[in-house]
Design a binder for this molecule. Structure first.
Ligand code: ATP
Ligand code: MG
Length: 289
């Protein structure tokens, strides 16, 4: 299993992470994601993705979670721009369908896991089950769970299931990198107001998002709990400052690149048998007048 590369934004594995101490603005001098820098990162990621596909041993799963307007969509777009579209796939998880509710809570995301050689992106994920559902526990009533609900234990049980599930995936070749795009409450307000002020952004405005904002502190408590419970060396969380979008995108791209570099991806070497066949094919091609 791989070990997560170091980063000031890596969520510690010992349960000591505090949302109140996590910065929503840059804490390193890293460059923003623009111009040449952006092109270099994109080219690099594209190259790594090709080796990943050729090697056909690892899958990569990128999980994005954030409060509304933190920039999940635009980050996914910016980071994956230039990567071979046949090598990656994005899935967005919204309110579950009745078919999905007929299964355990990991079923719908499990069905969308990337195959070896590919990058799968989850825009929201199984973590909604310990976020929105925890903040609004009345949602549990629609989940057809058997027996008595115990709100004292259910979240830890779910986090335990998620941890084991991710460890299993990692053991079997999935490289999991999870990003919490950490936007401040003030910046979210600015972005919502910009959506109201700018006619070209009106379509992005959802009155429901302002209602959800009332539960900010509950969401932060749920985030703190899940980040501590599920950031592990084989499935790390990164809490990326999200108040500056360019800075955020660059840190996300770099984290993915550093991780892929650290697993030692290589183009596969031909076997002795394949080399013998290559020699035969070469001889035949060269003899063909
Ligand atoms: P955008 O607003 O950019 O289109 P979004 O991810 O916010 O993207 P919406 O359709 O606005 O998409 O919201 C999806 C909603 O579905 C979110 O409020 C999210 O919390 C909710 N959701 C996701 N998973 C679950 C789940 N398992 N149970 C209940 N609600 C969920
Ligand atoms: Mg939304």
């Amino acid at each position: 299993m791989f070990e997560a590369p170091e980063s000031p934004y890596l969520v510690a594995y010992d349960g000591s992470f505090k949302v109140s101490e996590a910065s929503t603005v840059a804490v390193t001098n890293g460059s923003p994601h623009k111009g040449e820098h952006r092109k270099l990162l994109t080219d690099h990621l594209n190259q790594l993705q090709r080796v990943l596909a050729a090697g056909d041993r690892h899958a990569v799963l990128l999980v994005f979670q954030a409060m509304d307007a933190a920039g999940k969509d635009s980050t996914i777009r910016a980071v994956m721009q230039g990567v071979d579209p046949s090598g990656c796939q994005v899935f967005s998880f919204k309110k579950p369908s009745s078919k999905e509710l007929d299964h355990d809570f990991l079923w719908r995301t499990t069905k969308c896991l990337p195959e070896r050689g590919r990058i799968g992106i989850f825009n929201r994920s199984h973590y909604e089950e310990v976020l929105v559902v925890r903040v609004h526990p009345q949602i549990l009533a629609s989940q057809k769970l058997p027996g008595e609900l115990n709100l004292e234990t259910i979240w830890d049980e779910r986090l335990h299931s998620i941890r084991e599930h991710e460890e299993h995936l990692a053991r079997n070749g999935t490289v999991i990198i999870k990003f919490w795009l950490n936007v401040s409450r003030e910046e979210q307000k600015r972005r919502f107001l910009a959506r109201l002020d700018d006619p070209d952004k009106n379509w992005k405005f959802e009155p429901r998002d302002v209602v959800e904002r009332r539960y900010w502190d509950d969401y932060m408590a749920a985030y703190e709990h899940l980040l501590n419970a599920t950031s592990r060396p084989w499935a790390p969380w990164y809490a990326i400052p999200a108040d500056n979008k360019r800075y955020m995108r660059a840190r996300v791209a770099e984290t993915i690149i550093e991780t892929l570099k650290s697993i030692g991806l290589r183009y596969p070497e031909p076997t002795d048998e394949e080399r013998r066949q290559f020699a035969e094919s070469r001889a035949e091609l060269e003899a063909d007048g």
